[in-house]
Design a protein around this ligand. Structure first.
Ligand code: UT7
Length: 329
């Protein structure tokens, strides 16, 4: 059997679209308050795409940054994988549109939909292609335009989400010399598919005037149930990814930005210090598949990742799905 190629992160990028929606903007739309949203979620504002923007446009900005920082040209890419639940169209994929916009003429392209676990699923896929010798340079993204699927009359869901994109260029570690991926895991339990759900628009409930009038295309949540699941799963994932390493070897945990209280509760279960965890949900809300790569890019820019130390990614979401990654920066 051919030897597995060690895979590294050659570059990163992040993009938040220009429209900023504060909690006070939501006070004008639904019966809520800045105080409630900050206390219950940690969110102060989130970014929404402009009317002219769709998910591939957000991807393009993040992808260009990641390629620049990796010093990789679009035509060097062998594969593009976008994790998204809000592609520009149901058909074709967001990745195919991005491939053309980038001029990545030698790349294959496909999307993965694992909801908030979308980026970690794309990362796992890209890593596997390089590790198996099937690709050398892979662009992976998590990107969403969730604002198009929010019910602006449902205060329990509309205040939570934002739009954005995060990207990474993956390459053999021997070439890029940083961000070696040491372990990854993915999991799913589809019996919980109704917990976080967009009922309409697919083959089960195709789009009709009636389904749209019922609001079947909006995201619905069973927030309290997700809360319990999320705390347990996040704690388990961090523990599993960091297993066997002394804690002081871990520079930072970069978790899915789902709710600041969920992150705090998970860390408390592990007795894990908050200063070893990156939280930027106050600025972006929950951007689903985009949270982890956006947060990692920002953490790097802020100098929060120590060279040679470990970083843990963890995420979970609709499906239910979950994933974790351990890397050495
Ligand atoms: O990435 C995966 C997708 N994300 C999720 O699935 C979210 C996970 N869940 C959560 O983050 C939290 O459960 C929420 C933020 C959604 C809700 O927080 P909570 O502390 O679990 O609140 P709750 O659902 O227990 O609701 C408490 C009260 C309720 O009123 P009553 O029944 O006590 O009178 C809600 O109606 O808060 C009310 N409420 C609000 N009040 C003001 C719910 N949303 C709002 C709001 N503003 N936006």
């Amino acid at each position: 059997m051919a030897q597995r190629v060690a895979v590294g992160i050659a570059g990163t990028g992040s993009y938040a679209p220009p429209v900023v929606m504060t909690n006070h903007d939501f006070e004008k739309l639904v019966d809520t308050s800045d105080e409630w949203i900050v206390q219950r979620t940690g969110i102060k504002e989130r970014h929404f795409a402009e009317a002219s923007q769709a998910t591939s446009d957000l991807c393009l900005e993040a992808a260009r940054q990641a390629l620049d920082s990796a010093k990789v040209k679009p035509e060097e890419l062998d594969l593009i994988v976008v994790g998204t639940l809000t592609p520009d169209f149901l058909l074709p994929s967001c990745s195919a549109i991005l491939q053309s916009k980038l001029g990545a003429v030698n790349a294959g392209a496909f999307d993965v939909n694992a909801a908030c676990t979308g980026f970690l699923t794309a990362l796992h896929t890209g890593e596997s292609f390089i590790a198996a010798g099937r690709a050398r340079k892979v662009l992976v993204l998590g990107a969403e335009t969730l604002s198009r699927f929010l019910n602006m009359q449902d205060r329990a869901s509309c205040i939570l989400f934002g739009d954005g994109a995060g990207a990474m260029v993956l390459a053999p570690h021997a070439e890029c010399g940083r961000g070696e991926i040491l372990r990854s895991t993915l999991g799913a339990d589809g019996s919980g598919y109704e917990f976080i759900h967009m009922r309409g628009g697919g083959s089960r409930v195709p789009p009709t005037a009636e389904s749209v009038a019922r609001g079947d295309h909006f995201i619905t949540l069973r927030g309290r149930e997700v809360f319990r699941f999320a705390v347990l799963r996040m704690a388990e994932l961090i523990e599993k990814m960091a297993e066997g390493f002394p804690r002081d070897e871990v520079s930072l945990v970069v978790p899915h930005q789902v709710n600041a209280r969920i992150i705090e509760a998970a860390l408390e279960r592990l007795d894990w210090p908050m200063d070893k965890c990156f939280v930027n949900i106050d600025k972006y809300g929950n951007t689903s598949a985009a949270t982890v790569p956006m947060a990692f890019h920002e953490a790097l820019a802020q100098g929060r990742i120590e060279k040679g130390k470990l970083v843990v990614f963890c995420a979970f979401g609709a499906g239910l799905t979950w994933g974790g990654t351990l890397l050495r920066w």
